[in-house]
Design a protein around this ligand. Structure first.
Ligand code: KIV
Length: 269
């Protein structure tokens, strides 16, 4: 008799994990083969990130990624991810009006079969998150370093070291939660600020370069498999010299669940 497949992770599962102190493991994937490996190794959430612009398409930034490309990759991932909750990323300029945000989220969910969408931004996105939530769209917000704004920021930098920016980030996080966001990604944020935001929110907070105090961790798949030519400081090569890809993913899952990743050398203070 075959084993009963693990049930799909949902927003309810993620909130329960936060309440019970179980770390949430998130990893990016962009195709069916890798999604199947991640799913089999117990990754809780698969993010079809617009980071695919860099690691799949070879661009310098995520800015050139289009809506059609996001739908294509999200559909590939959802064909094989049976357990993990799958998030489809709304790319640059695809949610500049409420109407666009609704239409493009519908594409990620209906054509791509995603169970959640992700968008970048704080206060300016509160109305959009509220509308999406009102229409039954689960939303993952993204604060701290927002890669879609890299040209405006002048580079990839830690965000929130300045006291006023840190306060704004905390206020934005609360406002996004109140508007109906189900999850929050914090990217490149000092450890103490990420801890403060995580403790202030009821929704789970997933860190990338944001320390161990978050409710979970996310990495870009190609960074943690040692494929990216210049992996960021906050990542770790889990494949090392001997592991297979499933073993590397399993090590990452284990390290996040045990709270042994990230270490101080992956963090900003
Ligand atoms: O696009 C992406 O992969 C992301 C992660 C870095 C969080 O947004």
């Amino acid at each position: 008799m075959s084993a009963t497949p693990a049930p799909r992770v949902t927003v309810t599962t993620l909130r329960k994990m936060k309440r019970e102190g179980e770390k949430i493991v998130m990893l990016t994937a962009y195709d069916a083969s890798f999604a199947k490996v991640l799913d089999a190794q117990g990754v809780d959430v698969i993010l079809v990130g617009d980071s695919l612009g860099m690691v799949i398409q070879g661009h310098d930034t995520t800015v050139p990624v289009t809506m059609d490309e996001m739908v294509y990759h999200t559909r590939a991932v959802t064909r094989t991810a049976a357990h993990a909750l799958v998030i489809g990323d709304l790319p640059f300029m695809s949610y500049t009006s409420l109407d666009m945000a609704l239409r493009n989220s519908a594409r990620l969910m209906q054509e791509g079969r995603a169970q959640m969408v992700k968008l970048e931004g704080g206060a300016p996105q509160v109305a959009t998150v509220s509308q999406l939530a009102h229409h039954g769209v689960p939303v993952c917000a993204h604060l701290g370093l927002q890669p879609q704004s890299v040209h405006k920021l002048g580079g990839y930098r830690v965000q929130g070291r300045d006291e006023a920016v840190a306060k704004q980030m905390l206020d934005d996080a609360k406002a996004l939660q109140d508007a109906g966001a189900d999850l929050l990604v914090l990217e490149c944020v000092p450890v103490s600020l990420a801890e403060q935001i995580t403790q202030a929110l009821e929704i789970p907070v997933i860190g990338i370069g944001a320390g161990r105090g978050c409710d979970g961790q996310v990495l870009v798949l190609h960074d943690m498999l040692g494929i990216s030519p210049r992996a960021p400081k906050f990542s770790q090569d889990f494949i090392g010299t001997g592991a297979t890809i499933p073993q590397a993913v399993a090590s990452y899952v284990q390290a996040v669940k045990a709270g042994t990743f990230p270490q101080d050398q992956h963090c900003f203070f």
